[in-house]
Design a protein around this ligand. Structure first.
Ligand code: 5GP
Length: 189
């Protein structure tokens, strides 16, 4: 998406060679119109996958996942993230490392929100190592539902997540790929 590339060049800052700060669009603020365009693009790319539900992780994935779900006309589920866990028999739980926070968190989805008949599209803001995606896909698969695909706004293709998930055979689409953040500059693939 060229418009997204332009906005990234204008508004993102390179924190270091592995991390991009994109608060105005993805991680703190939301441009509703651009977010709807992203949702429509995901809906177009996954339109043939018989998606019955969109799933994401709180909080940065929610706006674009909402836009995708709205366009596809299906419900949205977002996994909660918690630092400590007392156990919950009514929920699916996966422990994953958090790329930006440097801690481990638990992804939690109530069992009644996923059905074995579902075909679930995972949407998220950014992929780095793919830990959040793998955790959430495990939850979807535990429920007996099918993974319809994975849609990511920004793939840092110099990190392993996207490649690893494609190799596992999932339909994987990213709207923008960044191949390097070296020398304080953003290089698109
Ligand atoms: P992963 O689990 O793929 O390693 O990391 C994915 C999660 O970490 C995403 O939900 C995203 O919010 C966050 N993340 C990964 N890389 C970046 C980054 O460069 N900048 C920001 N702001 N968040 C990131």
């Amino acid at each position: 998406m060229d418009i997204l590339k332009e906005r990234i060049l204008r508004e993102a800052t390179v924190v270091n060679s592995g991390v991009l700060k994109l608060d105005s669009l993805l991680n703190h603020g939301v441009d509703p119109q651009l977010t709807m365009e992203m949702g429509k693009e995901f809906a177009r790319r996954f339109g043939d996958e018989h998606v019955t539900k969109v799933i994401t992780v709180e909080s940065s994935g929610i706006p674009v996942a909402f836009a995708t779900a709205l366009t596809l006309g299906v419900p949205l589920v977002f996994a909660r993230r918690k630092k400590t866990l007392l156990g919950d028999a009514d929920a699916y739980i996966e422990r994953v490392p958090s790329f930006t926070k440097g801690i481990v968190t638990d992804l939690i989805v109530s069992r009644h929100l996923l059905d074995s008949q579902d075909s679930v599209l995972f949407i998220d803001d950014i992929i780095a190592n793919g830990d959040a995606a793998r955790g959430l896909l495990k939850i979807v698969e535990q429920s007996g539902a099918k993974v319809a695909g994975i849609g990511i706004v920004l793939e840092k293709s110099f990190q392993a997540g996207g490649k690893a998930l494609r190799e596992l055979g999932y339909k994987f689409e990213s709207l923008v790929k960044i191949s390097s953040l070296e020398d304080n500059s953003i290089t698109f693939e």
